[in-house]
Design a protein around this ligand. Sequence first.
Ligand code: GLY
Length: 360
Amino acid sequence: MTDRQQNIIFTNLVGQALDTLIGEQPTKGGLFIISDENTTDNVVSPLLATAPLLKEHLTGEIVIPPGDIHKDIETLYNVWGSLSDEGATRNALIINIGGGMVTDLGGFAAATFKRGVRFINVPTTLLGAVDAAVGGKTGINIGNLKNEVGAFAPAEAVVISTVFFNTLDRRQLLSGFAEMVKHGFISGNETVNNLLNFDIDKIASDSFLDILADNVNVKRDIVFQDPTEKGLRKALNFGHTAGHAFETLSLERGTPVPHGYAVAWGMLTELALSHLCHQFPSDIIYRYASFLKENYGVPDISCDDYDRLISLMGHDKKNPIEGEINFTLLASPGKPMTDCIVPSEEIKGALDLTRDMLGI
Ligand code: GLY
């Protein structure tokens, strides 16, 4: 890791930003783009038309199959092979263009090829821009185990733009927005209130770029203080222990929900826990519950699911010790409390409150 803040460029002139970055970097070791089959035609081709320097110096385009199911060792092996076949050296520069799957896998390929080459991330989804592309976590899945193998390796630069969001559907946008709300809860009352009052239909607009920049910088600043998640960075796991359980339960039932929806519901359960354990103020929890109902709907759970949900919370990768469930909770907006061990009875109480507030 480096001792400087990650270089994040917020712009809707992505081609120009990439040409500027390439002009500043030697590309003698080869210049590569990694994208997936969904982004190669829709995003990469038009982008190349606006980035003459990138087009001129480009050594090769590596296109991988899309979806989390392909964030695996086979795809990674093929990327390493393509880099090798095309003569990439240790001085190569890789540009990952796509959602979180591409930036996670492409970042890990870069972190490991020739023991590490430079890379730039260009996230094309809101979820990727707010979370995956920033902060240096790279990796792949092993079977059902998400991000089981990986490395902390920060991108040289991340270029974030709203221009790609026009092609995303409402569910994808809301999925990313949930991670923004998470940053709001971690950073303070004003940010979270502004987000809960934001007109979601304006997510893909140009004016959203400034809001996005302030929000992503919440994560950038936390990562700068704790790049390898020894302490403060665990604040970014708020909503994720319960969210992981909602996500896995929906998968087990064959009705998967987007990651951000599960996190959005998980944050309500963890706010309820924060109230029970640390007196988090209830007015903002009710405000958040009505925002959830209006935009995300409600999870399909009853009291019969509590034992399974709690067991899934215990198997979350952030909970290595059997029988102990570890949460990041909040004393109030802007006051995260990491490593809170909570007994099952309290979690059941929080699940009851979640269902009461959502009317399920
Ligand atoms: N997604 C949380 C983190 O990057 O730490």
